[in-house]
Write a protein of this length. Sequence first.
Length: 614
Amino acid sequence: MAAGKEKSRPSRAKLAVVVLGVLAAVCLAGWMLLNLIVDPFGVFGDRFLGWWAYNVTRNPQTAKFSYLEQHHEEFDSYVIGGPSAGAWSTQALDQYFGGKFYNLTLNSQDMQDIEQYVRWLVEHYEVKNLVLNVTVDNARTWGVDDRTVTGAMPCQVDGSSPLGYYTRYLFANPRYSLSKLKRMGTDSVIPNAFDVFDAATGAVDYCARDVESIGAQGLEAYLESNPAFTNLPASAPLPWYRNCVESVAAICGLCERAGVNLVVVAAPTYYDYLTHSFSREEVEEFFYALARVTPYWDFTSSAVSRDPRYFYNPVCFRTAVGDMMLARIFGDGSVYCPKDFGVYRTADSGRASLWDEPLVQASDYTVSVPILMYHHLSEETVSAGTLDEHMAALRHAGYTSVTMADLRAYVVEGADLPDKPVVITFDDGYLSNLELGLPILEKYQMKATIYVIGCSVGKDTYKDTGVAMTPHFTAEQAKEMEESGLITIGSHGYDIHEVNGRDPDPIRHGVLQREDETEEAYVAFLQGDCARYNEVMEPALGRKADILAYPYGQCSPLSEILIAREGVYATVTTIPGINTLVKGLPQTLRAMNRYDVEAMDLTGEELLELLADK
């Protein structure tokens, strides 16, 4: 019996080993299957979930390759480069080049990686145009063999082992797949840290940054809210700039042999970053060496580079700056560009001095604009006599009233504004604005914008309640007012001006999303409100609303994104303060400040003192 028991022990041990082996194999198979199906880096084509914005954010090199394998027939042109290239608008590129662009921004600054990608493109796809985005950061690294899942290049592009490449992602830490599954239910209209790319274009989705209220915020506040502009990295050498330039030369050769129209652009970089983090001699030598291998458009040094408002961070210029670069390259005078913005460098140009003082000063491209807010004209609010006093004071002090269209022309086209501009606005669309306000405006030849509540147009009772309210002018009267040449009609929403005690609970606070409302429902509501407003006013005015005043001055990044998508280029709040408009930055027309004249109860002299103090 003892001998029999001893013989049974090894068999049990073997059985345990077999069981553990089976469990390990099942776990390993499950691990591989999870990564294959969820595919958080887009390596396997993401056939099941198709969430390319997430995949590209995790690793642009791998995910963009897989995306193009499925969609390359939709494109014939590419912009390529490191992270700063992410702001190039494919829509603008299509317009200027007449192509179908995809933004092939990589996380890698390594020009060898970019060279390998260009080689793959011209050898496998149709490529008509290629924009190569170059910055000084491209000279910091070269030939780095990154084998991490978040930084690796596709094996098809860099020639590495397919077995090693796919095995790396099959056996990647499962937390990457689990994280993707977890976040699928938290996607939002506002880009999250896990899906910052626009999958269809390849560009970084800067929609939230492109509606931030830079003009109302002011330069100092912008720097405070973006500490990357002041917490700059320590000085670093450029040991690989010659190798970088050699890769650019190789790209030029590839494009020439393939008949590709290549445009090389030295993109803007924040000036303080250049001067603080790099050697002047090395930077200038790098760009001089670049000019010796290819002509290029140099946007490195200008007034734009010295103003942080033109950048999302020290190395990434704003999309609007990308549009300015294209305008300069193609000689489009309808888009504002500083006169020192953009130089075409060749081998004969000599060394470019990036540290020279700019030809353009901030006073040449910025202006301060106050906006005044009125409502109904009456003895209880602001009387006609007070309005007359205000207009007389402004006129005699040399102020000139301007419209939102004038501000847009200043920002987008670089058009001139008068020395002391002021914007006069009325909210709600009261009949008193026509009967009492317009004659006063005509007397002093002052222009004004009236923001109309769509559901109140032509009514003297509140919505469908039958409760009497202050009369509002009709759509036809709005048209007559615009025909005077002094009045512009804007939107105050169709029905986003709810009032406690008159509207059913829960009350919406201006345009803001309700706490009990899903984002999907809120998007549908706001889109519907814009459509209903246009149904009321477009037949009379002949255009859709393109400017809007937020009821109660309340807004959010989400409301700004959605309103911008509806074609509204300028919005105003009720926050008191001056506005600084910056040429080339349409963001400065968003969420602008206004002085509530009625609440301040000012005389004409006090109004001038208020504006003079700002």
